[in-house]
Write a protein that binds this ligand. Sequence first.
Ligand code: GUN
Length: 311
Amino acid sequence: MGARVLDGEVVAHAIRQEVAAGVADLLARGKPRPRLVVVLSGENLASQVYVRNKIKACEQVGIDSELVRLEGNLDGGRTLSTVQSLNDRSDVDGILVQLPLPEDADETRVLHALDPGKDVDGLHPENVGKLVEGAQGLRPCTPSGIMELLQRSGIAVEGTHALVVGRSNIVGKPMSMLLLHANATVTICHSRTRDLPHLARSAEILVVAVGKPAFVTEEFVKPGATVVDVGIHRIVSPGQAEDFFGAGSRQLAALKSGRSVLVGDVHPRRVKPRAGALSPVPGGVGPLTIACLLKNTLQAARVHRGLPAQR
Ligand code: GUN
């Protein structure tokens, strides 16, 4: 028996439909359409793909979007001044500064400069504080998406031991807070944690955001545990594809025929037989991050128009 697949596409589809209905509701009240502006600084190829997907997703639910592309000779101040001018525009409801920023930009300064009401990534310290308090505010998209995935897949969180591997501001820390608010007992682990496999084996819910391909193997997993994989990596060799997916896998065949193949932070072939549920890569957490960005943009737009935020 393999792990149950936690299908992110199905859950994301349901969220996108709710957002589309929320946009239609705004329009029916005579309010303007929500507008998201995505700021992309520098030449990061993966970021260019992510940003394109975000813009496309906005279109599908009726959210207006705009891409501000900052190229060429960047001095760090241009991202900052762009954010400041977007804060001042009353037609803009949400601002997303795609990360990572080029090295010459001061990421903390840029994130602190965002209008907290337009901070659809939930990274401004005011939103971080509200998250810690459990108060209404904009939450980071990937951890929110994971909570949606767990809740809408019927995975009970309350009373469980949930363990998060990774302590980033965008995933690990907010993930831990959301799990805590859902009444899990939460452990946060990271690269300096001693005997991680042993600790991880005591968790009923394991969220992995370490940025290392196929890092989590069966010795990290309690039998029957729910495993959520936040990583995404391009596989570079047939040897890797065979190890991660098996000799007869479609992934190995795809790689050999020149197509690109992805793997997460979890070793799929070794973890699937042991876990109770596993989010796939691709098709797990990724679509939910985007769906929650749309949800946050709608929420920001509602508050901006004087309406209450919805759950
Ligand atoms: N880079 C990778 N993921 C994200 C995200 O969710 N938001 C932003 N702003 N940048 C990212």
